[in-house]
Design a protein around this ligand. Structure first.
Ligand code: ADP
Ligand code: MG
Length: 260
């Protein structure tokens, strides 16, 4: 064990770090002449919950979208379980099964029941027969407290309920890691906790999670580490106790202060 690894285990997660599950190395990305990611390097380890915070426009969503190849990066490399993220269709399909994503806007299929929203991917991509896919969907809906709503349509649900269904739908692929991009930002305040509760449950179950959020209570309580994005760079990365107690500069201190 190297000195660096030893210090990791003393300062960070209460998890065994082992091999990183996602490796981001010198990743850059521009839109036109606006460089949105600037040589970003970091690793995400299996079983860890990483929370990403930072001002609007700092590149948080672009990093998540690059990990899922919703947005190709210009240079550098992203590897998932050692396999580079590229446009190769077979690899990409495999990786998209391993990496679940939940968006701010829940993006449920409006013309399908809750059950069908969750059962669709297991049928199409995991080739389960309808009864098996439905059984799996009901089990996942129970996990997010939505089993009783299985036969409703998205428009009949509150925002918090729709987001819980979206989480069940992502879980239906049996992903190894879940990416959350501001999953509670579009919700009325009274619905935020029910979604965070589902995410807490996933974290307790050992799910590897990367969560962009401004919910600092969640970060303090659930995260193994907090990363701070500033203008396309990760400028701070620390376990939450240290992150919140000793912000390294005034800019980060002020940002945390505003979030409360
Ligand atoms: P964050 O999630 O931290 O708010 P984003 O990663 O969404 O930031 O965006 C970073 C910057 O990239 C912003 O200035 C945004 O306007 C720009 N951007 C994001 N996506 C696109 C796109 N598809 N085309 C052009 N500019 C984009
Ligand atoms: Mg964003």
């Amino acid at each position: 064990m190297t000195a660096a690894r030893l210090s990791d285990t003393t300062t960070a997660a209460p998890t065994t770090r082992g091999v990183p599950y996602i490796e981001v190395e010198n990743v850059s990305k521009s839109f036109g002449n606006h460089q949105v990611l600037k040589n970003v390097s970091t690793q995400f380890y299996a079983g860890e919950v990483s929370v990403i915070i930072g001002a609007s426009g700092s590149g948080k969503s672009t990093l998540l979208r690059a990990i899922n190849r919703l947005e190709p990066h210009d240079s550098g490399s992203i590897r998932i379980a050692g396999v580079p993220v590229t446009d190769d269709p077979a690899t990409l399909q495999q990786q998209r099964c391993e990496v679940g994503m939940v968006f701010q806007q829940f993006n449920l299929f409006g013309h399908m029941s809750v059950l069908d929203n969750v059962a669709l991917a297991p049928r199409r991509l995991r080739h389960l027969k309808r009864p098996e896919a439905n059984a799996l969907a009901l089990e996942l809906l129970a996990r997010v407290g939505m089993q009783a709503h299985a036969h409703k349509y998205p428009w009949q649900l509150s925002g918090g309920q729709q987001q819980r269904v979206a989480i069940a739908r992502a879980l239906a692929m049996a992903p190894k890691v879940m990416l959350f991009d501001e999953p509670t930002s579009a919700l009325d305040p009274e619905m935020v906790q029910e979604v965070l509760d589902v995410m807490r449950g996933l974290a307790r179950g050992g799910m590897t999670m990367i969560v962009v959020t401004h919910e600092m209570g969640f970060a303090r309580e659930v995260a193994d580490r907090v990363l701070f994005f500033d203008q396309g760079r990760i400028v701070h990365d620390a376990p939450p106790a240290e992150f919140f107690k000793h912000p390294p500069n005034e800019r980060i201190r002020a940002f945390i202060g505003r979030l409360g």
